[in-house]
Write a protein that binds this ligand. Structure first.
Ligand SMILES: Nc1nc2c(ncn2[C@@H]2O[C@H](COP(=O)(O)OP(=O)(O)OP(=O)(O)O)[C@@H](O)[C@H]2O)c(=O)[nH]1
Ligand SMILES: [Mg+2]
Length: 441
């Protein structure tokens, strides 16, 4: 962190403005070398925008607004400079080049946020939330990300750590006085505390599923025989004619994926080639892809033609049966079969289908449930390990083994919990997290 990094922080492309960022010990000096305004950069008041020009030698590249943030009162905790210039691809790149020529280094993806974390401006859960916030596709996802960015998850984790530390201190006290037996009342109290910590771990882990839904969306595969109306359903849910619909069976060959927002849940709808016997090479390849998608599906909508008799085999556990074309009349064979009944032609039953999809995923109306806490896969991995070690600590305790053994398991659990917010972090973990970021963040 001794070097000064620079990046274009706004997306590539043309816009009214673009923003470049510099962070590091030489940020003010480097900016001073390229900026000409009324006063030298070193004398500018922090967090105030100043008009000036960025120069390449004596040539003016652009009129810009420059802001100085003095350490530690900046995003990264270091000296930071932000330069807002005109949002052209070339002008932005030229300014970056000039900054690099003056001694800045091109920033890695997520490096600004990584520095913010390393300088204790935020914990690891908050750093991760920055990316979640940027990539959030629905209001629910956005809310969960901003709660996490505000430090809600971090608070829960720190409280959990404190409870475990207190427990560990109690247990270690018995190691220091080996002649003293743990009296039964104290033993009970310790067990109760341990169980409270374990149920907190379980409660946090229970939010992992919704975390996956909010971050990755729900892979929902639309499949069934040819011509049942799969592509019609995709188009209807999407609100525009994305896929080709035709009366000829075997229309869709490729996999078509689009994300929709269903009551705040990001749903990745995947339309597929209809499955049937076929000698057509392309169609067979399409069906192979259908099967691949089904294997990875979180939810599968098995579409049927209501006017036709039901097939012999029905449904797997991720499957929701959907009867389309109810406007043509329903074949009596369907009478006793549980399915969502719709007509893409008439636009009927779509609300009920949406409801059925949401309740499959969220187990009820999401609006009434609190999705603001939603851990990610890394958190879940740490907490699962912590839960295992806490359970082991409990076993050791109830088996009446010496407190040293209990303490050892507890220390492991404590460490695993700490990893969530970034206590025992390794280069590898950080590399994995921040490499998913965009450059300039
Ligand atoms: N009557 C009626 N026709 C429908 C309905 N939904 C779709 N269709 C018609 O059924 C035909 C097939 O629709 P598609 O959406 O292309 O069906 P598909 O399942 O995607 O077909 P493949 O891509 O060939 O597997 C088209 O002619 C649609 O207009 C419906 O609810 N009622
Ligand atoms: Mg189709």
């Amino acid at each position: 962190m001794n070097d000064t990094i620079a990046a274009i922080s706004t997306p590539f492309g043309e816009g009214a403005i673009a923003v470049l960022r510099l962070s590091g010990p030489r940020a003010v000096e480097i900016a001073g070398g390229v900026f000409r305004g009324k006063r030298p950069v070193a004398n500018l008041a922090p967090r105030t925008q100043y008009l000036g020009a960025v120069l390449d030698g004596e040539r003016k590249l652009d009129d810009v607004l420059l802001t100085v943030f003095r350490a530690p009162h900046s995003y990264t905790g270091e000296e930071v400079i932000e330069i807002a210039c005109h949002g052209g691809v070339l002008v932005t790149r030229r300014i970056l080049e000039v900054l690099l020529q003056h001694g800045a280094r091109s920033a890695e993806p997520g490096e600004f946020t990584q520095r913010a974390y390393l300088n204790h401006k935020m914990d690891l859960t908050q750093a991760e939330a920055v990316m979640d916030l940027i990539s959030a596709q629905t209001d629910l996802a956005l809310r969960a990300a901003s709660e996490q960015l505000a430090g809600r998850l971090g608070e829960r984790i720190r409280a959990l750590r404190e409870a475990l530390i207190e427990l560990l201190a109690h247990v270690e006290a018995y190691i220091d006085f080996p002649d003293e037996d743990i009296d039964p009342a104290t033993g009970e109290a310790l067990l109760a505390k341990l169980d409270a910590a374990r149920s907190e771990i379980a409660a946090l882990l229970a939010t992992a599923d919704r975390g996956k839904v909010l971050r990755e969306g729900v892979r929902t595969v639309i499949y069934g025989a040819p011509n049942v109306g799969k592509s019609s359903l995709l188009n209807l849910l999407l609100g525009h004619e994305r896929a080709i619909v035709s009366a000829r069976p075997g229309t869709t060959r490729d996999v078509i994926e689009e994300t929709i927002n269903l009551r705040g849940l990001p749903i990745r709808l995947i339309d597929t080639a209809g499955v049937r016997e076929s000698d057509d090479e392309i169609e067979r390849e399409g069906m192979k892809r259908t099967r691949q998608e089904l294997a990875r599906a979180d939810l599968a909508l098995h579409i049927f033609d209501a006017s036709q008799p039901p097939p012999l085999e029905l449904a797997g556990d991720v499957t929701l049966a959907v009867l389309n074309k109810t406007d043509l009349g329903e074949h009596p064979g369907w009478r006793a079969i549980e399915a969502v009944r719709i007509s893409c032609l008439k636009g009927e039953g779509i609300e009920a289908l949406a409801e059925a999809i949401v309740s499959r995923i969220a187990g009820g109306a999401t609006a009434h449930r609190d999705w603001s806490l939603a851990i990610n896969a890394r958190h879940a991995d740490c907490l699962r390990r912590a839960g295992g070690l806490a359970a082991a600590a409990r076993d050791v305790m109830t088996d009446g083994l010496s407190p040293e053994f209990v303490a050892e398991e507890l220390r492991g659990a404590l460490e695993a919990v700490g990893e969530v917010v970034g206590k025992a972090d390794s280069e590898e973990v950080l590399g994995k997290i921040f490499s998913t970021f965009c450059i300039g963040k």
